[in-house]
Design a protein around this ligand. Structure first.
Ligand SMILES: Cc1ncc(C[n+]2csc(CCOP(=O)(O)OP(=O)(O)O)c2C)c(N)n1
Ligand SMILES: [Mg+2]
Length: 293
């Protein structure tokens, strides 16, 4: 599952966090995961279910986590991670820390009961949580208007006494500006904020789905003209924020990191199915023994 077209949200929002804060990705937040410190190599080893990966091949292709980097492992059921994010935020508050949780979810997830419980409880308890709704206008092939009566997710915040803000999800500067304020507010004890980022995914729901998932081609074309990477590149160059050579050097470094990661992960040994290993980590005891807790 890709988040191509949505990078300004995932990268921009995560950029606002400190190293010891937490993110809770939903299903297409690779930009957030990489920004929080996971390497391309580590991510691909998990995606390809290699035994050398952190999970030993247990994570799915679109869920990976690394709690040592503050990346909480995702869940499969849409919206179900939000009450867990609330639990993490509650724990951080209860223990007197000033850490913050940033939870990502889609427009579809905002119509689940889990979302509404998370909104109500986090607002009532003033928890250090920032809820980032990535509104890409579709939940799989269901357009927004077929799953909710109002066009704006951020307005749902009012019903819970929470601040709700809407941003242009193609503009990384706007995302950083708004999320940075929400993070600072949460850190200072000001409670949660719902930030709705209007964006669009440039590819199909998943790479195994038919690319043509019913979205009008002209709609896709108009959003593609608002590619967040192109917009930010233009901003940097036209405002003399960065030298062209520096930008090219960074792009080369990124390309090298990706190709090194691809080469390493694809040539790493494959998993040999092991019947006994199926039952490993089904209880907390296993994990505790392994980590000597
Ligand atoms: C409760 C539940 N229903 C259906 C699915 C199948 N499913 C996986 S992702 C998805 C779409 C979610 O839409 P949204 O929350 O808008 O996120 P997006 O895919 O747009 O990023 C669906 C229906 C699921 N995993 N869980
Ligand atoms: Mg969606």
């Amino acid at each position: 599952m890709t988040g191509i077209g949505q990078e300004a949200v995932t990268v921009g929002a995560t950029f606002c966090l400190a190293e010891d804060d937490f993110i809770y990705p939903a299903l297409r937040e690779l930009g957030a995961v990489l920004t929080k410190g996971m390497s391309v190599k580590q991510h691909l080893l998990d995606t390809l279910k290699k035994p050398e990966s952190m999970s030993g091949g247990r994570f799915s292709a679109h869920h990976s986590g690394d709690i040592s980097k503050g990346i909480i492992l995702g869940t499969y059921i849409v919206g179900s991670h939000l009450p867990i994010a609330v639990g993490v935020a509650f724990s951080l508050q209860y223990r007197g820390t000033d850490k913050v949780v940033l939870a990502f979810f889609g427009d579809g997830a905002s119509s689940t009961g889990s979302f509404h419980s998370a909104m109500n409880y986090s607002s009532t308890m003033n928890l250090p949580l920032v809820l980032i709704c990535i509104n890409n206008a579709y939940a799989l092939s269901t357009p927004l208007r077929f799953q909710m009566k109002i066009p704006d997710v951020y307005k749902r915040a009012e019903g819970y006494g929470m601040e709700g803000v809407c941003v242009d999800g193609q503009d990384v500067c706007e995302v950083v500006d708004v999320v940075d304020r929400a993070v600072k507010k949460a850190r200072a004890g000001g409670g949660p904020t719902l930030v709705e980022c209007k964006t669009y995914r440039f590819r199909g729901h998943s790479e195994s789905h038919d690319f043509d998932d019913g979205r009008p081609p002209e709609e896709l074309k108009s959003w593609r003209a608002k590619d967040p990477l192109v917009i930010y590149r233009q901003f940097l160059v036209s405002n003399d924020q960065i030298k062209k050579e520096t930008l090219q050097r960074i792009e080369k470094e990124v390309e090298r990191e990706v190709s090194d990661g691809v080469e390493y992960a694809f040539s790493a040994p494959d998993l040999t199915p092991d019947k006994e290993a199926i039952y490993k980590y089904l209880s907390a005891e296993d994990a505790e023994q392994e980590r000597n807790i």
